[in-house]
Design a protein around this ligand. Structure first.
Ligand code: F0G
Length: 451
């Protein structure tokens, strides 16, 4: 038996179908839930026929020095754990992944922990974690001979999809909520040649429209309901484990929007453990913006049995999502790993983003929810000082430069949002100073600068 054959398994009812049999909206025909990629042949690998973990780890590491494009990709160098293509020669890669894991010494000291790290997924080719999923699902689209691909997006998925479609020579349709995405992301979709529609609705409305379109035309849907996206997005879990010499950290903290990413990382760690490559999985916590927190409510009110969509409002536009598709998968990851799901305010997000910036990293607001959430979990004593914690920073700071400038100019937050944290915000603000063109004027600005 070819143990690399994959199937799609329904997350709700367990029904199994061949990859090519999925409906255009990737919903199960029997129960309407989403699918997960499953590798039936791996059952043998859970027993005595396990792959040799040492050999695989050596191979994955060795590939980083290879001249082959596929080996240089931080997704495809782990291809033994995502055998989703008939021919790996079909892979569409921009050398995604292999992103840095940074220590956060200042935040760690301030919060009384030793080991606080940031896995910066904003250091991917289009500036967000979406590239790791897009290389996988775009490769499937190309192998299955689709001419058109499409997504609804708060900006980053569309930027990634447009770039990978351009590389693959496919046409691509982007639906974005009118006026509610950061300009940097919109500019990327245009730059990479997408057909971009600014739809007069929010993200959830864009998703509704697109689900109808893909049923009418042969267009391949590249939102994270597409289970191949999650196969690519699980690979940062492998990189994180590798960075810690295959001893996983105690706790991973991830932002939550449509909830594909937390689901994918959970799947990645679960598979590593099932295949005997790591001894345990980390706690995985998901942080949402308080104005876009349907999963927080679902877990608090129904223990994740059902979800009530919300009308989403947050300046962290990437996670401005009220009806997340992958909520069931994410709820299971949180519950099985022993993680938490909490929300953070607009002021907490802005402060955390400025603190990450001050560590020389920077990220977009949706990524900063991880530090804001970490601070809250620590304050509630839910994270011990001896734990190793990794924050997953999902997007690059230049994605949403307007947000950063508004923060430092002091125009981002309303008075009622800053109430009680004005001093903290003031200490972090670094507005540009207009000076005369003389050394004296610049030196005087330096004297007045904050420490
Ligand atoms: N962080 C950033 C920077 C994002 O762009 C997103 C999602 C998330 C976090 C949340 O990840 O949806 O997997 O829970 N952005 C999507 C988009 C929705 O269209 O770009 P999630």
């Amino acid at each position: 038996m070819n143990d690399n054959l994959h199937q799609l398994r329904c997350f709700g009812c367990g029904a199994r179908i061949a990859g090519a049999e999925a409906q255009p909206d990737f919903r199960c025909a029997l129960c309407g839930d989403l699918f997960e990629v499953d590798y039936p042949g791996w059952i043998q690998k859970k027993g005595p026929d396990r792959p040799n973990p040492g050999a695989l780890k050596w191979l994955w590491c060795e590939r980083r020095c290879s001249a082959e494009a596929l080996d240089q990709s931080g997704v495809w160098r782990f291809r033994e754990l995502l055998p989703i293509l008939d021919n790996f020669g079909d892979a569409v890669t921009l050398r995604e992944g292999n992103t840095p894991l940074y220590h956060l010494p200042r935040a760690a000291k301030a919060l009384g922990v030793d080991q606080l790290f940031a896995k910066h997924q904003g250091m991917n080719p289009t500036g967000s974690f979406k590239d790791t999923g897009m290389t996988a699902a775009m490769s499937v689209a190309r192998e299955r001979k689709f001419e058109w691909v499409a997504c609804a997006s708060t900006g980053n998925t569309s930027a990634a999809m447009a770039a990978y479609a351009a590389r693959a020579g496919l046409k691509c349709l982007v639906l974005i909520p009118d006026g509610k995405i950061a300009w940097g992301k919109l500019s990327q979709a245009m730059d990479y040649g997408a057909l971009t529609c600014q739809v007069k609705t929010d993200f959830d409305g864009c998703m509704r429209v697109l689900n109808e379109i893909v049923k009418r035309e042969p267009i391949y849907l590249l939102n994270s309901v597409n289970p191949y996206r999650l196969e690519g997005q699980k690979t940062p879990a492998f990189e994180i484990a590798e960075s810690f010499d295959w001893n996983v950290p105690d706790h991973l903290i991830v932002p939550g929007g449509n909830l594909g990413n937390s689901s994918a990382l959970g799947k990645g760690f679960r598979e590593l453990k099932e295949l005997g490559l790591v001894a345990r999985i980390p706690r995985i916590s998901v942080i949402q913006a308080a104005g876009a927190n349907p999963l927080v409510r679902s877990l608090a009110l129904t223990h994740g049995a059902s979800i009530e969509p919300v009308e989403a409002h947050t300046r962290a536009t990437a996670i401005r999502i009220g009806n997340p598709a992958s909520w069931r998968k994410a709820a299971k990851v949180i519950q099985e790993s022993g993680g938490w799901c909490i929300d953070v305010t607009e002021a907490e997000i802005a402060i955390a983003k400025a603190e990450l910036g001050a560590e020389g990293l920077g990220c977009e607001p949706a990524s900063a929810v991880t530090l804001a959430g970490f601070k809250k979990l620590r304050a509630k004593a839910l994270i011990h000082s001896s734990e190793t914690v990794v924050l997953v920073l999902t997007g690059h700071t230049l994605k949403d430069a307007d947000y950063t400038i508004d923060f430092h100019r002091g125009t981002l937050l309303k008075d009622e949002e800053k109430a009680g944290v004005e001093k903290e915000i003031e200490a972090l603000r670094r507005n540009a100073i207009a000076t005369d063109a003389t050394p004296e004027a610049v030196l005087s600005a330096m004297k007045g600068a904050k420490a």
